[in-house]
Design a protein around this ligand. Structure first.
Ligand code: NCD
Length: 309
């Protein structure tokens, strides 16, 4: 039995397989409409979510399966003091696969040790978010036609942004990648990712604080919101929240073939005037998330074997 806890749980070949399968699902939706008939997905969300939870549920429904779950810690027995391990042990009696989001780093990993069914990490604290990474990779692949030879700028809260951490890990395995890390000093990428992932793989990178200085050299710009819920002090959040706002005037400095990604939700960091620009990929990215989650559910349930994507 396999789980998906960290993006590095998947080899480059496995990622390639999932992206190919997702593209086949996009092209031939009817072919997949009953693959998960009789199967159930449980979504255990101890932290808020719109896209991730609903796209998991929509993914399972489009595969012909069913869904059950809860969308906040307050409506689960964790308020009565139940441990994550016990919750998962119980839910694995009711469902064939579980997607879990938790505010504590490592909770889905712990859950995977207790579970009798595959666990998918749908975001753990400021740590990882591997299925967002799959959505990001599918988006880059579809928009750019490749996953190698590009300069990717990450802008915003690189300290607490789990989607940033997971995408950097995943992208570090492709050839010809350069990272530009754009953040205020207080929200820089954690040292363990800079040294253990970027420097260890000899990937060229720059750390800078000006989006205007960086934007013209980018193939992909990955914008993020400042992660309010991970701050200890509201005054710090208020001071940092509007550090970067991508608007038309900054976009005028970018290449015509830039792809702008954002895991969403956005707060202020991308002005709505950018939404109509063909370089804005973030709504397409959210849709890609559903298709790649369909591919992942099939894969973890061992149901992709009969589908030659
Ligand atoms: C992200 C998350 O939850 O980490 N959202 C998402 O899953 N699309 C990003 C965020 O909340 O800022």
């Amino acid at each position: 039995m396999r789980h998906l806890i960290d993006p590095m749980d998947l080899s480059v070949e496995e990622i390639d397989h999932l992206l190919t399968l997702a593209q086949d699902i996009i092209d031939n939706k009817e072919k997949y409409s009953e693959v998960c008939k009789g199967k159930k997905l449980a979504t255990l969300f101890f932290e808020p979510s719109t896209r991730t939870r609903l796209s998991f549920e929509a993914a399972m429904m489009e595969l012909g399966g069913n869904v059950l779950g809860f969308s906040s810690a307050s409506s689960s027995s964790s308020t009565k003091g139940e441990s994550v391990g016990d919750t998962v042990k119980i839910v694995s009696c009711y469902a064939n696969i579980i997607a879990m989001r938790h505010y504590k780093e490592g909770a889905p990993m712990l859950a995977s040790m207790k579970s009798d069914v595959p666990i998918i990490n749908a975001g753990d604290g400021g740590h990882n978010h591997p299925t967002q990474t799959l959505a990001d990779l599918l988006t880059i692949k579809r928009e750019k036609g490749r996953l190698n030879n590009m300069t990717i700028g990450f802008c915003g809260d690189l300290m607490f942004g789990r989607t940033v951490h997971s995408l950097i890990k995943a992208m570090s395995r492709y050839e010809g990648i350069k990272f530009i890390l754009i953040s205020p000093d207080e929200l820089k990428l954690p040292d363990y990712i800079r040294t253990e992932v970027i420097e260890k793989n000899n990937i060229p990178y720059e750390e800078i604080s000006s989006l205007e200085d960086a934007i013209g050299s980018l193939d992909v710009l990955y914008m993020t919101r400042v992660q309010k819920e991970r701050f200890f002090n509201e005054a710090d959040y208020i001071r940092l929240k509007d550090t970067y706002i991508l608007d038309k005037s900054k976009l005028a400095l970018a290449r015509p073939d830039l792809s702008i990604l954002h895991p969403l939700p956005r707060v202020n960091e991308i002005s709505v005037e950018v939404d109509d620009d063909p370089r804005a990929c973030y709504f397409r990215q959210a849709l890609n998330g559903k298709y790649v989650r369909m591919a992942l559910i099939m894969d973890l349930l061992g149901l992709d074997k009969d589908f030659k994507a």
